[in-house]
Design a protein around this ligand. Structure first.
Ligand code: ZN
Length: 250
C-alpha cells in the first residue's frame, strides 16, 4: 500500500480526465429514486459549505486580488480548463515573457508538489506545454522490485511544447496512478510501455525523446491533459480509490 501510495504521489504528482453529466443521469431508470445528485441532504450540506467558503473568499478578496493563470496551484477536476483541448503555441512566442512565465511556473509547481509531470492546463493555461522530471532522489525510497516492475528511471527536467506522441510498442501495462487535478484519489490505468515524443523545448528547438516504463506512463498521462482527457477516462473503475481510505477506519 505504501509503495502504491508513493507512486500515486509521484505520478500524481501528476505526475500527472466525461461527457456531460446529463448522460450519466440517463442511466438512472425513470422509475428509480431521485438521482443522488439531487438528494436534499447532499444539497443542504453543499449549500452550507458553499456559504462558508463564499464568505471566507469574500473576506480574502477584500484584501488580495484573485490569482490569474498561470496559477501557483493546480486546477481540480470540474474546472473546464481540464476538459478543453489545449492550443498549440506559436514557435516564435516561445522565447517571449508570457510563455516563459508559464514554463517557469509549471516547473515551480511541479517541484513544490513533488510530482513527476505537469501540464499547462493544470495551472489554468490551455496551451500545449508539459513538464516532466523524475529526480534520482525519488528512487531512493522505492523498493528494487517496484523499480523493476514499473520501469522507474531518473529523468532530468524536460519541457515539451506542441508535443506529438507515437506509440513504439503496442504492449500495455497497468499500474496505479494518480493526478494532482484529482487530488486524493488513484486508480489502475493501462498505458503503452514504450512511446516517442517529438516537439519543441523551452528554447524552441526541435526535440525527440523515446521513453519506456514509468517515463512513458508520465508522458501519456500529460499528453492526455492536452486533449482534455483525465486518467479516470481510461481507468479500471473498480480500482478507483481514495488514497487515504484506511485512515477513515482508524
Ligand atoms: Zn494529471
Amino acid at each position: 500500500m505504501l509503495v502504491i501510495n508513493r507512486h500515486l504521489r509521484t505520478l500524481l504528482p501528476c505526475v500527472l480526465r466525461f461527457q456531460a453529466a446529463t448522460n450519466d443521469v440517463m442511466i438512472f431508470p425513470r422509475t428509480s429514486s431521485p438521482c443522488p445528485l439531487t438528494c436534499p441532504a447532499l444539497v443542504r450540506r453543499h449549500t452550507t459549505n458553499e456559504k462558508a467558503r463564499s464568505y471566507l473568499q469574500y473576506l480574502k478578496r477584500k484584501v488580495i486580488a484573485p490569482p490569474k493563470p498561470p496559477y501557483s496551484h493546480v486546477c481540480q477536476v470540474g474546472d473546464p480548463v481540464l476538459r478543453s483541448k489545449a492550443a498549440a503555441v506559436e514557435p516564435s512566442a516561445i522565447g517571449g515573457a508570457e510563455v516563459q512565465q508559464v514554463i517557469k511556473t509549471l516547473v515551480k509547481v511541479m517541484r513544490r508538489l513533488e510530482c513527476v509531470g505537469l501540464s499547462a492546463p493544470q495551472i489554468g493555461v490551455p496551451l500545449q506545454i508539459i513538464a516532466l522530471e523524475y529526480p534520482e532522489k525519488m528512487l531512493e525510497d522505492s523498493l528494487p522490485a517496484s523499480i523493476k516492475a514499473r520501469g522507474l528511471v531518473p529523468v532530468p527536467l524536460k519541457i515539451f511544447i506542441n508535443p506529438q506522441l507515437r506509440i513504439l510498442d503496442g504492449e500495455m501495462v497497468t499500474f496505479q496512478e494518480g493526478c494532482e487535478s484529482i487530488s486524493g484519489f488513484s486508480a489502475s490505468v493501462p498505458r503503452y510501455i514504450s512511446v516517442q515524443v517529438t516537439g519543441l523545448n523551452e528554447k524552441a528547438e526541435s526535440v525527440t525523446w523515446q521513453a519506456t516504463g514509468w517515463p512513458a506512463r508520465i508522458l501519456q498521462h500529460e499528453m492526455d491533459h492536452l486533449g482534455g482527457v483525465l486518467y479516470v477516462d481510461r481507468m479500471d473503475s473498480k480500482t478507483f480509490i481514495n488514497v487515504n481510505w484506511e485512515q477513515y477506519n482508524e
